[in-house]
Ligand binder design. Structure first.
Ligand SMILES: [Zn+2]
Length: 208
């Protein structure tokens, strides 16, 4: 065993490492953590780092409960909509998810009614235009997954929404492509096309 990695202050899945609390029988450093539910629990630094422990135990209980509830109430676990739901949860709450940093890690959450029960999400999806060729899209990128901030869009719209927040230099300032489109009066697709072509947008004329 070499040096112990200092985990103090480290955050994972809404929990925080408070302080070192000893060594377990395998000579692993143990740490005292505060769970997102408020419980204090002890865990090895290794289990935090490899993602095996995500809470005091409440998280696993919750997931199991939810899963049990879901299985009891719907047979949707292999549907496309359920995969979307699962993907959303992974991005927001699974620290091991490859895009966790951009979602959960950046404070993006899922509203409680959806998180607690897939059938609530499904109900919202069906009544708000869900279709097999559409993806879930957050209207305001800084806000989470909740009925007021979500809609179903096709791939083209989603690409557009993602690229609208990309930035380029325009008249000496770094602003979004959406803003460049607004200021210049050029269509967004034209601005985006120029951006993709690597054209210099800095001196683009304002035509109004
Ligand atoms: Zn807990």
């Amino acid at each position: 065993m070499g040096t112990v990695k200092n985990m103090r202050g480290h955050r994972f899945n809404g929990c925080e490492v408070l302080k070192r609390s000893g060594t377990n029988s395998d000579k692993r450093a143990k740490w005292l953590c505060k769970c997102r539910c408020g419980n204090i629990f002890e865990v090895t630094g290794k289990s935090i780092r490899n993602g095996h422990v995500k809470s005091c135990g409440c998280y696993r209980k919750e997931v199991t409960k939810r899963r049990g509830k879901k299985n009891a109430t719907h047979g949707d676990t292999n549907t496309r909509l359920y995969n979307i739901y699962r993907g959303m949860k992974q991005r927001c709450y699974y620290t091991n998810s490859h895009n966790y940093e951009r979602y959960g890690g950046s404070g993006i959450k899922i509203c409680k009614e959806w998180l607690d029960d897939f059938s609530n999400f499904k109900k919202w999806a069906i009544t708000n235009g869900y279709d097999e060729n559409l993806s879930i899209d957050r209207i305001n990128n800084k806000k989470g997954y909740e009925p007021n901030n979500c809609r179903w869009v096709d791939a083209k719209t989603q690409t557009r929404n993602r690229s609208i927040t990309k930035r380029a230099v325009f008249q000496g300032r770094l602003i979004t492509l959406g803003e460049i489109s607004e200021i210049t009066g050029m269509s967004f697709s034209k601005v985006h096309y120029m951006y993709k072509q690597g054209k210099n947008l800095d001196a683009t004329k304002i035509r109004k």
